[in-house]
Ligand binder design. Structure first.
Ligand code: 5SP
Ligand code: FE2
Length: 216
């Protein structure tokens, strides 16, 4: 039970965001996963800094900020100011990834890199030692409630091998279509952090659902 659970706020009731955050504060959730989308990198727009600032005021758990945007370098300080603990950028959105990761660390945050389903984990071989987290997308980013892509399990296992062979402490997070069944398989393959949106917030008892993910 060493793994972390990061419920995704994308599936909360935005009219009652504070109520959902209060529930998460009192639950077994470890981090609050915040999905920021720009309508350019992904075909959807979610929420941005004004909303993150409000979340920061009531959240009692670290904010795990998943940026699905082009040019994330432009927003590093804003993510920090909005309470970001982990700032995760997409491999596919960064031309100078090493520079971006350095700037995130310089701003005082943990740095994560996310991979789209088609991006091989082996592309991280020359940067993984600088990363606090690798986020493996198990759906195409942009929307909650999509079907889990089974090859993600294989990607987690390959990332685990890369990390263990080098004795690193980089965490492996998986995002998209996580439920008790896929979650179990991901943990067996070596995942450290499970993100879950619709599975948590569409359930009749989100607090219990988070606990069952935590107890996998
Ligand atoms: O980053 C994303 C989607 O792009 C996610 O964090 C989703 O919010 C996960 O939703 P579910 O697949 O768990 O419903
Ligand atoms: Fe996400």
């Amino acid at each position: 039970m060493n793994h972390k659970i990061a419920p995704s706020l994308l599936s909360t009731d935005f009219l009652n965001l504070q109520q959902d955050i209060d529930m998460l504060n009192a639950s077994d959730a470890d981090w609050l996963h915040c999905d920021v989308m720009d309508g350019v990198f992904v075909p959807n727009i979610s929420f941005g800094f004004p909303v993150l600032e409000q979340i920061k005021k009531v959240a009692q758990k670290p904010l795990d900020v998943h940026l699905m945007i082009v040019n994330p370098d432009k927003f590093i300080q804003q993510v920090k100011d909005a309470g970001g603990y982990m700032m995760t950028v997409h491999y596919e959105a960064c031309t100078h990834l090493h520079r971006t990761v350095g700037a995130i660390h310089e701003a005082g945050m943990k740095a994560g890199v996310s991979l789209n389903p088609h991006t091989p984990v082996e592309l991280l071989t020359d940067i993984i030692e600088d990363l606090d987290l690798v986020l493996i997308m198990s759906v195409n980013p942009g929307f909650g409630g999509q079907k889990f892509i089974p090859n993600s399990i294989n990607k987690v296992a390959r990332t685990r091998k890369m990390i263990d062979e080098r004795n690193l402490h980089t965490l492996i997070e998986v995002d998209g279509g996580v439920n008790l069944d896929t979650g179990k398989q991901l943990l067996n393959a070596g995942a450290d952090v499970l993100v879950a949106g619709s599975f948590v917030f569409s359930s009749t008892n989100p607090t219990e659902t988070i606990s069952s993910l935590k107890n996998l």
